[in-house]
Design a protein around this ligand. Structure first.
Ligand SMILES: NC(=O)c1ccc[n+]([C@@H]2O[C@H](COP(=O)([O-])OP(=O)(O)OC[C@H]3O[C@@H](n4cnc5c(N)ncnc54)[C@H](O)[C@@H]3O)[C@@H](O)[C@H]2O)c1
Length: 254
């Protein structure tokens, strides 16, 4: 735990969706939350909400495609609060396009955010966390790109960069979003899943509930709870693992 007795978590893409729910849950659990995003208004809104509930949070713009920003935000936080206790690499995008229409630009953009974005933030935080000998890194991925990918964790006690990097790569690399229509992600009710352009859209999401074994689409809090667990001492002997949080979709349907 950092100086002052309060653990600090940094979350990317925390202005909306899963990242925002995760920010709220960590704040409720007593963490100081560094909310980061490219959506400034939404990010500041999450901070106000947390402060309104008596929690501690601050907003910083962090575009995960920008190495200088990632270094600066992480170094600033660690300079003031000591080594981070948890890094949640959650920022991500999706492209729903048939393979023939998948442009190099879209492919590169997805890798810059979903894969290299994870690396940039974790790389910046790792040295201090390793030296402190504690802390957790959790990368939010997708069941779409990897048969067993969902949420992965890597403890800095035994860093496993290959593990979280491959999970982070999963949404966008080997199987590719939209490359084969039968490969579907765990569905969580957020802007991403509600987008007809990038995912199922509202009607498709409701239809999905019929074939999800738990008979409902996931809520952001369903993921946030698991992320909080992975960063907690309850997961102290767990590292380099991938946890699928999809209401049974992978095992039940695919
Ligand atoms: N919702 C789902 O069904 C679903 C399924 C599989 C995987 N995921 C993954 O979960 C994570 C969270 O997604 P969500 O559903 O909350 O989506 P969302 O679209 O609601 O939120 C994504 C967040 O990432 C941020 N972001 C995008 N580009 C960024 C950049 N360059 N730098 C910093 N932040 C950036 C957005 O501003 C937003 O805050 C993503 O990695 C997503 O791929 C979601």
């Amino acid at each position: 735990m950092n100086e002052g007795g309060k653990p600090t978590v940094l979350i990317t893409g925390a202005g909306i969706g899963i990242g925002a729910a995760t920010a709220r849950e960590f704040a409720a659990a007593g963490y100081r939350v560094i909310v980061t995003d490219v959506l400034d208004e939404e990010g500041r809104g999450v901070v106000s909400e947390i402060e309104g509930s008596g929690g501690e949070a601050e907003y910083h713009r962090l575009d995960v495609t920008n190495t200088e920003q990632a270094d600066a935000v992480v170094n600033d936080a660690q300079g003031r609060y000591g080594p981070l206790d948890a890094v949640i690499a959650n920022a991500g995008i999706a492209h729903r396009v048939p393979l023939p229409e998948l442009t190099d630009e879209k492919w590169d953009q997805t890798h810059e955010i979903d894969l290299k974005g994870v690396m940039r933030v974790c790389r910046a935080a790792a040295p201090a966390m390793r030296e402190a000998g504690r802390g957790s890194m959790v990368a939010v991925s997708s069941i779409m790109g990897w048969p067993t990918a969902g949420t992965s964790t890597s403890s800095t006690r035994r860093p496993r960069p290959a593990s979280w990097a491959s999970c982070a790569a999963s949404p966008s690399s080997s199987r590719g979003r939209g490359a084969r229509q039968r490969h579907r992600p765990g569905y969580i009710r957020t802007a991403q899943a509600l987008s007809e352009e990038h995912s199922l859209g509202p009607a498709g999401l409701e239809q999905a509930a019929e074939f999800i074994p738990m008979k409902r689409v996931g809520e952001p809090e369903d993921i946030a709870d698991v992320i909080l667990f992975l960063a907690s001492s309850a997961a102290r002997y767990l590292t380099g693992q991938t946890v699928v949080v999809d209401g049974g979709l992978l095992v039940g349907r695919y």
